[in-house]
Design a binder for this molecule. Sequence first.
Ligand SMILES: [Zn+2]
Length: 1077
Amino acid sequence: MNVNQSVPPVPSFGQPQPVYPGYHQSSYGGQSGSTAPTIPYGAYNGPVPGYQQTPPQGMSRAPPSSGAPPASTAQAPCGQAAYGQFGQGDVQNGPSSTVQMQRLPGSQPFGSPLAPVGNQPAVLQPYGPPPTSAQVTAQLSGMQISGAVAPAPPSSGLGYGPPTSLASASGSFPNSASGGPRLPSMTGPLLPGQSFGGPSVSQPNHVSSPPPQALPPGTQMTGPLGPLPPMHSPQQPGYQPQQNGSFGPARGPQPNYGSPYPAAPTFGSQSGPQPLPPKRLDPDAIPSPQLSELPPQQKTRHRIDPDAIPSPIQVIEDDRNNRGTEPFVTGVRGQVPPLVTTNFLVKDQGNASPRYIRCTSYNIPCTSDMAKQAQVPLAAVIKPLARLPPEEASPYVVDHGESGPLRCNRCKAYMCPFMQFIEGGRRFQCCFCSCINDVPPQYFQHLDHTGKRVDAYDRPELSLGSYEFLATVDYCKNNKFPSPPAFIFMIDVSYNAIRTGLVRLLCEELKSLLDFLPREGGAEESAIRVGFVTYNKVLHFYNVKSSLAQPQMMVVSDVADMFVPLLDGFLVNVNESRAVITSLLDQIPEMFADTRETETVFVPVIQAGMEALKAAECAGKLFLFHTSLPIAEAPGKLKNRDDRKLINTDKEKTLFQPQTGAYQTLAKECVAQGCCVDLFLFPNQYVDVATLSVVPQLTGGSVYKYACFQVENDQERFLSDLRRDVQKVVGFDAVMRVRTSTGIRAVDFFGAFYMSNTTDVELAGLDGDKTVTVEFKHDDRLNEESGALLQCALLYTSCAGQRRLRIHNLALNCCTQLADLYRNCETDTLINYMAKFAYRGVLNSPVKAVRDTLITQCAQILACYRKNCASPSSAGQLILPECMKLLPVYLNCVLKSDVLQPGAEITTDDRAYVRQLVTSMDVAETNVFFYPRLLPLTKSPIESTTEPPAVRASEERLSNGDMYLLENGLNLFLWVGASVQQGVVQSLFSVSSFSQITSGLSVLPVLDNPLSKKVRGLIDSLRAQRSRYMKLIVVKQEDKLEMLFKHFLVEDKSLSGGASYVDFLCHMHKEIRQLLS
Ligand SMILES: [Zn+2]
């Protein structure tokens, strides 16, 4: 029987086993009983003193108000563009201090607010005569990263000295503008072995050298960045010494590269003045076989041909073509899965699907010395409850009856396909700790001639990488099976929430949304109970018991000592209490319609929800809809401490830290209760996301932020997120433990959770979008033959109240040769880990130090490869491992992200928001977040239903005759080139010319023509792929909104001082060479 097919999901496996009396598992991880706090609940049977009860019938139309008139805070303008929230308000106000930028044809460097305006490339051309074609060819071929398994080039000696520095070629030296006439090829990378300054020899064969995809996997990727000629080339006496970039935008004094290399201590920092106007070469004047094939607008202005450095688009396309057609079968240890950007099906044959676990490397060095040498982080990104495509079955649920799941007596690992049965099947040896365990009689089975149990393929836990066990009562808090969880909706009804229409919109939506609470399997209705609270500076609880004719409100104004004024009737079944709930949701917007209360509390609200769950003895989730900085007198009261002057100082970290410890303390209590908090923020100004997101972050919840919320502009986005959030399947009251085979162990964890010890990841709630990243370190030598094993066990309460264990197993290879490590790495996962590591680092270290750490680590990784794995070659060549050839470009995107290098337009709240979002992103999300997808719209045939192939995220790739969609998982732009055909404009926007298109438009008109249908369909499909709704923003070329858009063209230099891809690659090369010398 093939367990992967045709077996009904739930029970057929693992028939309930008879009780084995001698085998008794005490608890999950041996300690669940003790970790669960046994909190005696107070008697809440009668009315509690301290609250004011409104008359039993009907409700007060005017809740208590402090009488404060709408303060100025209420009308505070939304001056700052919010992250992922570039609404109309943002459009009008725009980024501040923006010099009108006009786009130059071709490559307009991003970081050039003072760029000369106009289409006058000749004016911008400070250089001497255009190079000869032979020289350019030489540069291009020298840059050809795809130069295949580069034969070790002659290390030196064809007429030029040892290469100096790629950095000099990167245009990052000061004084660039003052240079005299130069021959562009002077510092351009040369083909290895080619004579510099000698006769110009055309090298067309190098231009057509094999593309990277032709390499066998793991082949040494020796794309030479080309040895560089000396700065002061004796062969070129007629030219001034080249101090600066001879390709790409030559720049004035570069604050961002603080000092000239090699010291370069301030690389990436961003204090100081903005860059001076760029001066560039005119590539149009450079004939070259490669360039002439490009459309004019794509012609490069860089001396390093961007087409010759590793392209994310190419790598993604190659993987799709090579690996997207066959299912990924998990039977073989240490297989590197297809990239996250490839669509593929998974067949579980003994290892967890990459949808659940992805590793930075699938081949781990045997010793810690090797691991230290390579500096490649050993980490797994785990998404225990990942949603699967419809074609793949959910994990089977195994029921071992009262005996519970079978585990190793010593290390408590769960039965899995790697356990070794011995002695005819009477015992098994643990694959994690080698302990010999007895097989309980009811689990006994004979072995076949290979030593395998004959029932191995009938039992998920013996044949699959992922499966679930029904947990016994021993795995439950207080040794009691859990009650079904509850959802509590807690709605800010202060002036801001009412004024924007939020409260009315939300209450209307909840009436229908409550029919879609998560259900288990084929259940008729959800087991989840619901409750409602509204609040401003006091809290209003509602009794919505089904027997009532009208809901009843109880007001608690003593927020300093929060309690729940009612038990009976607070948490109810939706169907039973539908009439009362509907009545309540109708009344709430009316009751508070005239409120003048602007102040809110926050901590007491969560406290109240948590106490309510505690009183009901269940886990659950709070949905908080909140608008403002909680300044009312109450625990957790905050003040506005936003201070942009702290950016780039040692105190910058305080902007990411919570203001007070009250939030952590509260979060801890929530975790103990299994109370997960999802926070929907609707701020008009600073609300201190860093502090408010502490509880969601530590309880496994989510934060959503809608700056300057207006119903007209933002309701689609908010309601879409809300529906998804309410409906998504959640595991409650969860504990996750990652066990490893001897030799490595989990040492560090990243994500939205709480840890009270060093091994157990506690999650009040965990949904299918959240990941936990785990880092491993050696504590002993590993063995090539036995490899390394991971087992992730997640104990959780399902949304129906069932206690379950989900198990994921993964076997990895181990190596004694570093080359094997580098051949089996996954760069996307590495970047996920490195981003999370860095984003946590900013809590404790200056961002500059965090950036430097990343750069150093990346250089060490690549230098180690170069030293130990690459074939000998000239030091002037940049040699990247095939699996890591995108590491520099992706790392650069992390370095210049808003958290690590903020631009002027990004708010403190936006940074804190993004920081916590990234913390629980999976690999696919970080991939597109850091390197957005840019899709041309009119290039592919109109009838094509597939997604158009992406282009690289650089302005050079934009054609002004085309339109592009850009998305990064949070933002979605439609960029319209100024020369787009009139017919196209008409078909898509229903206006007759480019100038009539409304900039900032967020909805495309629904028109009945193929182009309109195609573009709208594509937008829908992009949205469907992401966990949050992406609001569309139409950006016109040369419009001021284009600034926002350009922020996402991550291969270009950024306004905040982030390096371009080419510049960063050169810098990385320099760092590597320093490490090697
Ligand atoms: Zn064991």
